[in-house]
Design a protein around this ligand. Structure first.
Ligand code: SF4
Ligand code: SF4
Length: 267
């Protein structure tokens, strides 16, 4: 029987997603995108009323009525999409990943129906560019600081044959002493705060810290719990943030690359 499986495996077509299709793709993340042309004050109000987190807000700024979407707070529950389908739809591109905390926030003018600030777009790239960015290897130490393990499932998927992160020279290592980057998930629990600080201290400089998931970015649904300190940047300095609950493997890859592209953010 094992030979049948091996024969089928060898005969099947190779399925490896080209990197150009992965970068910037957030299909399946359940994060919302706003169709600016269909946005009105009423649809924006319905979406804000439906949102169970503080991800969506309606604000008045310099006489302009603005819809603000903070991707760091978004759990991808989809309620805004259900409340006003058309103006809100599941995002397939352009959710910011691997950027600063402030770059995760977007604004739309609800009366004129356009986005106020330009997208911080993630340009499509190729394997060559990734190799150019960090040479032959990037070593990542993943730290679970209190996650539900949803983010870990997606991080593990990065190493499967479908995404095959190792083809870019990216490796997960067991010790922070061998790491160039810390990939930190979860709201940081009180029990893990010291361990996270020690891990940060043990990682040689220069190093990058990337906070992963809604919990890593803001504390997520656990924010305010007696058991958690909060977001990762409440405990150690963070260079870049990847939103999502959980982020998809493509978002993780995009975020890691985007964090590397901004060397001035290195700790
Ligand atoms: S998906 Fe859910 S959490 Fe995110 S903005 Fe929409 S309603 Fe808010
Ligand atoms: S962001 Fe979502 S999937 Fe990740 S640890 Fe928090 S609750 Fe779990």
């Amino acid at each position: 029987m094992i030979f049948d499986v091996a024969a089928r495996s060898l005969a099947s077509k190779q399925v490896l997603i080209p990197v150009s299709r992965l970068l910037g793709d957030c299909t399946g993340s359940r994060m919302p995108d706003v169709v600016a042309g269909l946005l009105t004050y009423d649809t924006a109000s319905s979406a804000v009323a439906a949102c169970p987190t503080s991800a969506l807000r309606l604000e008045q700024h310099r006489g302009i009525r603005q819809l603000t979407l903070d991707y760091a707070e978004c759990t991808g529950c989809g309620l805004c999409i259900a409340a006003c389908s058309g103006a809100f739809r599941p995002a397939t591109k352009n959710v910011p990943c691997g950027v600063s905390r402030s770059a995760l926030i977007r604004h739309w003018d609800v009366d004129r129906g356009h986005q106020i600030y330009a997208d911080e777009s993630i340009a499509e790239s190729a394997a060559d560019e990734i190799h150019a960015l960090f040479g032959r290897a990037l070593n990542i130490r993943q730290v679970d600081a209190g996650s539900c393990n949803g983010c870990e499932s997606e991080i593990s998927a990065l190493t499967n044959p479908y995404y095959d992160l190792e083809r870019f020279g990216v490796h997960f290592v067991a010790s922070p002493k061998h790491a160039d980057m810390l990939l930190v998930t979860g709201p940081v629990t009180h029990n893990m705060a010291n361990a996270l600080r020690n891990t940060y201290e043990a990682t040689p400089s220069p190093k990058l810290v990337v906070a992963v998931g809604t919990c890593g970015c803001t504390g997520g649904i656990f924010e305010g719990s007696y058991a958690v300190v909060g977001a990762v940047d409440a405990v150690i300095p963070v260079d870049a943030f990847i939103p999502g609950c959980p982020p998809t493997p493509a978002m993780l890859l995009t975020g890691i690359l985007q964090a590397l592209r901004t060397p001035d953010r290195k700790s």
